[in-house]
Design a binder for this molecule. Structure first.
Ligand code: ADP
Length: 246
């Protein structure tokens, strides 16, 4: 069998496979309010990832037995389009999508003043139309902007990034090639940027404590960059409508 070519994930100059530095995010572009029918929405491009998020609510909670007399129920639906990955993705929601919907919904619940809207639900649907790793954080980032666009009272945004390791080096925002490295560690991380509270943290792989400290610091710093892009998207939308001029 022919030997597979060994990839250098971070070269001697600190450059990654796509030319990024170790702590550099892929290019991120967010547009708020792209789906006029929805109460709030966003379109996000994060590297090759392309994501739509739409928010409806707070509205009547159906079926009624799912309602809570104490808070709004966040119903987060993460879906990957069949054409979003090279091997056709089975359109039926699988366990991975259910897991991602759960962790993203739980993360957003920390940011939204859910206690102000008892017996209601907030529907958040995220459709991944192109996926290249880091799609759950892309989904959460877009959903957070869409919730703010919907005017839902929030104590903070939710901002995050993937962080981890490939080729023995700590790197921020792994793409698919890096996630597939033999020693890859992938840590999706999301925070409330003002309090730095961690609202999503998952770990796929093994890290030492020292590596984790470095990764965490880099992840928080990169998440703050994402936060600035989210704010910029919202300001662009609302200043366009003249809201800022009032
Ligand atoms: P995340 O997208 O949050 O990093 P995963 O680590 O589970 O989540 O997935 C990494 C990447 O693997 C996805 O972004 C996507 O590019 C690819 N992928 C996930 N599920 C499938 C699938 N069913 N078929 C093909 N590729 C997939």
């Amino acid at each position: 069998m022919a030997k597979e070519k060994q990839l250098v994930y971070v070269d001697s100059k600190g450059k990654r496979l796509d030319g990024r530095k170790q702590n550099e995010l892929r290019p991120i572009k967010i547009t708020a309010g792209v789906i006029p029918r929805a109460d709030g929405s966003a379109f996000l491009e994060w590297g090759q990832n392309k994501v739509y998020a739409a928010v409806y609510g707070p509205r009547e909670c159906l079926p009624k037995h799912t309602a809570s007399p104490y808070k709004a129920v966040i119903k987060f639906n993460y879906r990957m389009a069949a054409f979003s990955v090279p091997d056709r993705k089975n359109p039926r929601p699988g366990r991975r999508e259910m897991e991602i919907s759960k962790v993203c919904g739980d993360a957003l619940e920390r940011a939204i003043f859910v206690e102000r809207f008892p017996n209601t639900q907030i529907d958040i649907t995220v459709e991944i139309v192109d996926a290249d790793a880091g799609s759950r954080i892309a989904a959460l980032t877009a959903a957070s902007v869409a919730c703010a666009d919907a005017g839902i009272p929030m104590r903070d945004m939710v901002s995050g990034t993937g962080v981890g390791k490939a080729g023995g080096k700590i790197i921020v925002d792994l793409d698919k090639a890096e996630e597939d490295a033999p020693d890859a560690v992938d840590v999706p991380l999301a925070i409330l940027p003002n309090s730095k509270e961690i609202v999503l943290l998952q770990l796929d792989g093994v890290m030492t404590q020292k590596e984790w400290k470095e990764a965490y610091k880099a992840g928080v710093e990169a998440s703050m960059e994402v936060y600035e892009i989210q704010k910029k998207a919202l300001k662009a939308k609302f200043s366009e409508k003249g809201v800022e001029k009032k």
